[in-house]
Design a protein around this ligand. Structure first.
Ligand SMILES: Nc1nc2c(c(=O)[nH]1)N[C@@H](CNc1ccc(C(=O)N[C@@H](CCC(=O)N[C@@H](CCC(=O)N[C@@H](CCC(=O)O)C(=O)O)C(=O)O)C(=O)O)cc1)CN2
Ligand code: MET
Ligand SMILES: [Zn+2]
Length: 714
């Protein structure tokens, strides 16, 4: 092989898989039709990659999630899911009365995987024919493909259960069996993804990795093995892999920096010089230059292209000057192919000049210490155990259709605005009727909590079709942060004040924080991330000030991606957390003491960033915890400011009962003995936008009922 990529988007250029999945879940199509959509997408992808001149094609499709696929392949299906109508989707999304497995971030990306559950008694066997089926399917279409699987070390390190790594040897036996089966099918290469090896690993973990790859490479009749370590440098894992009998190692030369050519010990280097994590064109001369030191090179992407949109050609509205700097998945494949050709012709390239980093600016903080603020905020007159939500209310099909009509020019702005105003009024009335204490406007005007702000700030571009899978059928269109970020006018003040005008209860203003806006965008590379986040923080700070000036007494600044942007290596984490926290404080500094600042975090196992959450110094922190309450509460146990551990798991269609919520709340109060009850908040885990009103109304009614019951006891 000369050129390859480590993976490709799977959702479909027009989100065909999303539509098919949702149709299947709603029983509008059957399994056969869903499979047919998958097969069409695989066929189209291979054909397109071959047309673009790529030599070695990956088979990296997944119907929902590649980690779940690997777990299912080993039959690591917890007993309770076996009787489900469709165990695969029951594990992913739950079924009646059966909650799904936990879902969490795939390393430092905005992609989420299903966390496998592997215990001491999990019996591994090779059950899935998926890789074999796809190889046969490709062959029938005239392609030879390289099956891509999550490797055994990463799979077990990501799993939950009792010491999953202890089960590694057993799991590896099943992988060995699969390798033999693939070989019998005539497969030449297999790719095992081991991104867990780019994070800090203990000597015992590295030893386990060595054993695993000694065993797999020792399999008698097997395809050649490519182990892919991406999202950073392999570091200590490099010599471990290089000492085993595997044939190739894929290295992330973008995030990981150069490697010592001697470290490859004669193995093939699959050189990730085209970034799979951003949408910028590659400087081909610079990439060629960086490939010079190595022999036995295959040109590749730094990681799977799963994290970028399909095709720039469709973005006809983008400014041509910006467009000329961009590459989406198709364009990146073309870059890989061109680099491989130029390398083969003996071209040597030339290094690009390094960007000069501007000095970080230091800022002043304007808020008083918490006790002073808390006294000033008593004016809000909130009860003990105040009940609130995280911001969004259900995004109905009707709302999305109205927005689509507006964008397509089929609806006038005035009609759209009237529609939004009516929705806000509805959301306010629902909350008043249910008896919540701090209301929200429901975010109906927002397509997405990041894209919406990007559309209203200078320095960003947004796309029409640039969908990237976030989890399962859910996608986002990450904005492109290409210039200096500036807020030229207030963004949320009009809808926030409108919502407040409808009610006597306080309505929370709702903003997205600087770290999250940057984490969920594609970001310019000519400035350090820190400087970019500071620019966004200044913009958010202006909005906070304007909201406060307009009489909004409570302002929430969400930072759900605080943990996501954290470097994978421990020795870089504190520096990041310091500037990330500083940026948040800059963003919220514009509020006076009497303005209550809320923040919200989710998908973050709060225990590793508890110090930083404290450092944000928000007056109230709402946090996901319905499924992992104990751990979150233990980490935040000595918190003195307001805390709202989620008591309603919004990722499931289930409506929690009053008793259940009351019990959870009682547990929260027991875990936070030092916190007065007016600082303990009652709220869901996250926003309600993916739920329906049929689920949300009874669930919120039960939150209010549970809070009322506990207030009586206090
Ligand atoms: N950026 C981001 N990252 C995040 C989150 C988040 O909220 N935002 N939450 C966490 C979990 N991730 C999530 C990611 C996406 C969604 C989500 O709901 N996405 C929606 C799309 C949201 C959106 O952009 N909506 C647009 C476009 C909607 C759309 O599909 N419109 C149709 C037309 C609709 C019609 O005519 O009926 C079309 O364009 O074809 C809008 O409302 O305007 C989806 O996949 O369905 C939820 C959670 C972590 N990461
Ligand atoms: C992913 S965090 C979501 C926070 C946002 N305010 C919402 O409720 O949707
Ligand atoms: Zn959230």
């Amino acid at each position: 092989m000369k050129s390859t990529i480590l993976g490709y988007p799977r959702i479909g250029p027009n989100r065909e898989l999303k539509q098919a999945l949702e149709a299947y879940w709603n029983a509008r199509i059957d399994r056969t039709e869903l499979d047919r959509v998958g097969a069409r997408l695989r066929s189209r992808t291979w054909q397109r990659l071959a047309e673009l001149g790529l030599e070695a094609l990956p088979a990296a499709f997944s119907e929902y999630d590649h980690v779940l696929d690997a777990a299912v392949m080993l039959d690591a299906v917890p007993e309770r899911y076996r009787a489900a109508v469709d165990p695969y989707f029951a594990m992913a999304r739950g079924e009646d009365g059966l909650p799904p497995l936990r879902m969490t971030k795939w390393f430092d990306t905005n992609y989420h995987y299903i966390v496998p559950e592997i215990g001491p008694d999990t019996k591994f066997r090779l059950v899935s024919e998926k890789p074999l089926r796809e190889v046969r399917e490709a062959r029938a279409l005239g392609h030879r493909v390289r099956p891509v699987l999550v490797g055994p070390v990463t799979l077990l390190l990501l799993a939950e259960g009792i010491a999953p790594l202890e089960r590694l040897d057993d799991a590896v036996e099943v992988y060995a069996e699969l390798l033999a089966a693939l070989r019998a099918e005539g497969v030449e290469w297999v790719q095992l993804d081991e991104p867990a090896l780019v994070a800090d690993r203990t000597p015992a973990e590295l030893e386990a990795a060595r054993r695993a790859y000694d065993r797999l490479s020792g399999t008698a009749d097997r395809p050649r093995i490519l182990v892919a370590g991406y999202f950073g440098a392999l570091g200590d894992a490099m010599p471990v892999l290089a000492a085993t009998g595997i044939e190739a190692i894929a290295v992330d030369l973008i995030r990981g920096g150069p490697i010592d050519p001697g470290a490859m010990r004669g193995k093939t280097l699959v050189a990730g010089v085209v970034s799979g994590r951003d949408v910028w064109r590659t400087d081909l001369d610079d990439a060629l230059h960086r490939l010079q030191p190595y022999e036995n090179v295959v040109v590749s992407t730094s990681c799977s292209l799963l994290h970028v949109p399909y095709d720039l050609e469709r973005e006809t509205d983008l400014d041509p000057a910006l467009r000329a700097r961009l590459a989406f998945a198709e364009q990146k494949v073309a870059e890989v192919v061109e680099l491989a050709d130029r390398l083969a012709r003996g071209e040597r390239g030339a290094p690009a000049p390094l960007p000069t980093a501007p000095a970080a600016t230091s800022r002043d903080e304007r808020r008083s210490p918490y006790p002073v603020r808390a006294a000033a905020q008593a004016r809000l007159g909130l009860p003990a155990l105040p009940v609130t939500t995280i911001g969004s209310f259900p995004q109905t099909g009707d709302l999305r259709a109205a927005r689509a009509a507006l964008t397509a020019g089929r609806m006038r702005q005035q009609e759209y605005d009237d529609r939004i105003a009516a929705e806000i009024e509805h959301v306010i009335r629902v909350q008043e009727r249910l008896g919540l204490d701090v209301l929200v406007h429901g975010e109906p005007e927002r397509n997405d909590m990041v894209q919406y702000f990007a559309e209203h700030l200078d320095g960003f571009a947004t796309t029409r079709h640039g969908w990237v899978q976030s989890y399962g059928s859910r996608c986002t269109r990450p904005p492109i942060l290409h210039g200096n970020v500036r807020r030229s006018a207030p963004i949320t003040v009009q809808w926030a004040t409108y919502a407040q005008s409808l009610t006597d209860k306080p309505v929370k203003g709702m903003l997205t924080g600087p770290v999250t806006i940057v984490a969920w965008s594609f970001v310019r590379r000519d400035l350090p991330l820190r400087a970019v986040v500071e620019q966004v923080a200044d913009a958010v700070s202006g909005e906070v000030r304007d909201l406060a000036d307009a009489g909004i007494g409570i302002i929430q600044v969400d930072e759900p991606a605080l943990r996501e942007l954290m470097p994978l290596r421990r020795d870089e984490q504190q520096e990041y957390l310091d500037w990330a926290v500083q940026a948040y404080r800059t963003a919220t500094a514009g509020a006076g003491d009497a303005t209550q600042i809320h923040t919200h975090l989710c998908y973050s196992d709060a225990s590793d960033v508890a110090g930083a959450i404290d450092g944000l110094d928000a007056d109230v922190t709402t946090i996901e915890s319905a499924r992992s309450g104990g751990r979150v509460l233990a980490a935040l146990g000595d918190f003195e400011r307001g805390l709202g551990p989620g008591v309603y798991d919004i990722h499931s269609p289930r409506v929690p009962g009053v008793d259940e919520v009351a019990e959870r709340l009682a547990g929260v109060l027991r875990a936070l003995p030092g916190l007065p009850a007016d600082r303990v908040w009652v709220n869901p885990d996250c926003g309600l936008k993916t739920r329906t009103y049929e689920e949300v109304e009874p669930a919120l009614a039960n939150l209010v009922a549970a809070a009322t019951r506990l207030r009586v006891r206090l």
